[in-house]
Design a protein around this ligand. Structure first.
Ligand code: AMP
Length: 210
């Protein structure tokens, strides 16, 4: 099953993706995680994208499309994938249609107030990428990941100035994909406001999985 998770930053795409990987047995491909790993490794790609990401802007389409195109040639995606954070622009969606067939697009429906609450409190494991929240889902030991013992930190782009910018970018460049995929009959809306266990239930219902 080739799936896209579409929604604003902080809608819970990455959190649901971790659960959906277990349910569907297909890998999650998060362009944001790939870029963050490149930044951490200080690779040429990382050096190119760091300032763009910190400012809450989008990496250019050419770079992002090339990255995903290459990733989708790897063996582990033969039975499908969950694209988390890609496509984020109409040109990215059009390019994707040229090298892969998307079967369903899950649209994470959440108001801005929910996004701001989630992103403002989001804490992420530097090692495994697991998402915590400063109020709703704290790690048992402050600053340490329950799953892998990695360091739990605040992403640079989860700081207030970048959050506002990312929401603007989402509205201007990514939200048009909702109609784009709806018109193609691929869109499934899920209510992304509740806590993750309920979102998993909403996801299974939308996908007609028992
Ligand atoms: P995310 O973890 O999905 O919120 O992505 C973090 C950051 O990575 C974004 O704010 C962008 O700077 C960059 N990024 C991730 N995916 C894309 C994409 N599909 N197109 C352009 N930039 C992206």
């Amino acid at each position: 099953m080739n799936l896209i998770f579409l929604g604003p930053p902080g809608a819970g795409k990455g959190t649901l993706a971790v659960r959906a990987v277990d349910i569907l047995k297909v890998p999650q491909i998060s362009t944001g995680s790939i870029f963050r790993a490149a930044v951490a490794a200080q690779s040429p790609l990382g050096l190119k994208v760091k300032a763009i990401m910190d400012a809450g802007k989008l990496v250019d389409d050419e770079t992002t499309i090339a990255l995903v195109k290459e990733r989708l040639t790897q063996d582990d995606v033969q039975k499908g994938y969950i694209l988390d954070g890609f496509p984020r622009t109409i040109p990215q969606a059009e390019a994707l249609a040229g090298f892969s067939t998307v079967e369903k697009v899950i649209n994470f429906d959440i108001p801005d107030s929910g996004v701001i609450e989630r992103l403002g409190g989001r804490r992420v494991c530097r090692k495994c990428g697991y998402n915590f929240h400063a109020v709703f889902n704290k790690p048992s030991k402050e600053g340490i990941c329950d799953h892998c013992g990695g360091e739990v930190y605040i992403r640079d782009d989860d700081k207030p100035e970048a959050i506002q910018k990312r929401l603007e970018v989402y509205r201007a460049q990514t939200a048009p994909l909702i109609d784009y995929y709806r018109e193609k009959g691929l869109l499934l809306d899920i209510d992304a406001r509740p806590m993750v266990d309920e979102i998993v239930i909403n996801f299974k219902k939308a996908m007609a999985i028992d």
